[in-house]
Design a protein. Structure first.
Length: 363
């Protein structure tokens, strides 16, 4: 049997043993003194040390003992990336970056001390959470055939703890970390060490008349999307500028200056002095004469153009006075003309006609 096929048999039998632990009757191998950290920082590039002593017995010349660490979260379970050293006897044909050691048994019984390095820069699980693993050993004969009742496994776990990535923003701003949107307000997200993406909105609405405009990050960057390298608990602060809405109202829509302004800005607004009325009165020359800009019933200015400090939202109303003088003149003139025309017509129709007397004939 080839080494690759033997490894496949080793993994399949291991999965079977873990699924049905009753098949482990009398072991000829035993894992002893398994030592590993309870927790480590997620995403750390430092490999995790795992040590174990493996005992074996009832072997004959040509036997080998195989010891590997498997990822218990996968089905079927697979060897995890890593390296391993064994003493007093070295690993044979050590596979590259696999947590597997094959040792030739020099006697019918003995013990091997194994030092594994798993995870970290070698690969494997990186995100925060519990990493479920097991260390498994088995005997193979000189033909690379699994020796019955020689498989022994010990499950263990390593907690990969996160570091805190804090993004400080105003209460109305919702931050996205690695594509996951957080609740509005300052965000604290547990992440693994390494690169992460942070996105903040260009505009965040507070209410109908107040909003926040992205200005810059505290470290000077001016893009709403950025990738950061997290090597420890880190805080990134975002600077937003408050904007307030200037609303201009009135009977006529022709005005300029309405819109959003930074809270420390001064807004300029204006309107035409005379506006034409709408409808028939406007066609007859009816005008609206500007009286002033009012806010909450109080006169702000009687000029058509003014300024206001936008430290809060403002709603200004343009007040106008109707000027009907031209329509009155036109309508009055029309009334007079129509009246005269009517009188003339009426007189012609009501005036009696004169009878002509017959002429007498001269004899």
């Amino acid at each position: 049997m080839s080494a690759s096929k033997a490894l496949l048999v080793f993994l399949l039998v291991t999965s079977l043993v873990l699924a049905f632990p009753g098949v482990q009757a009398v072991q000829t191998t035993r894992i002893y003194e398994l030592v590993h950290p309870i927790r480590t920082i997620a995403g750390s590039l430092d490999p995790i040390p795992v040590t174990a002593i493996v005992f074996y017995n009832n072997t004959v010349p040509g036997y080998t003992v195989k010891v590997g660490i498997l990822d218990a979260e996968k089905t079927p379970q697979t060897l995890i990336p890593g390296i391993v050293l064994s003493y007093p006897d070295p690993c044979l044909n050590q596979p590259v970056l696999e947590a597997l050691c094959v040792v030739r048994t020099p006697a019918s019984s003995g013990a091997e001390h194994l030092d594994f390095k798993i995870g970290g820069i070698l690969g494997g699980k990186r995100g925060p959470g519990t990493w479920a693993l097991n260390i498994t050993t088995a005997l193979f004969d000189s033909n690379n055939t699994l020796v019955p009742k020689s498989v022994s496994s010990v499950p263990f776990e390593i907690e990969l703890t996160p570091v805190t990535l804090t993004v400080t923003v105003p209460a109305a701003v919702a931050v996205s970390v690695d594509g996951v949107q957080q609740q509005p307000g300052p965000a604290e997200v547990g992440v693994a060490l390494g690169e992460h993406n942070i996105t903040v909105p260009e505009i965040a609405q507070v209410d109908a008349t107040t909003r926040l405009r992205f200005d810059h990050w505290a470290d000077g960057l001016t893009d709403t999307n950025r990738t950061v390298l997290v090597s420890s608990a880190t805080n990134f602060e975002v600077v937003y500028v408050t904007q307030n809405l200037l609303t201009l109202t009135g009977p006529q829509p022709i005005s300029t200056g309405a819109g959003w302004y930074d809270a420390d800005a001064t807004a300029t607004f204006s309107v035409e002095t005379i506006e034409q009325m709408s409808g028939l009165l406007g066609m007859l020359g009816g005008k609206l004469k500007f009286q002033g800009w009012y806010e909450n019933g109080e006169l702000l200015t009687d000029l058509t153009t003014g300024t206001i400090f936008m430290n809060r939202p403002h709603t200004l109303t343009a007040v106008w006075q109707e000027d009907y003088s031209v329509p009155v003149v036109i309508i009055s003139g029309l009334v007079i003309i129509l009246s005269l025309a009517y009188l003339v017509t009426h007189r012609r129709t009501t005036q009696p006609r004169r009878r002509r007397r017959p002429r007498s004939r001269r004899k």
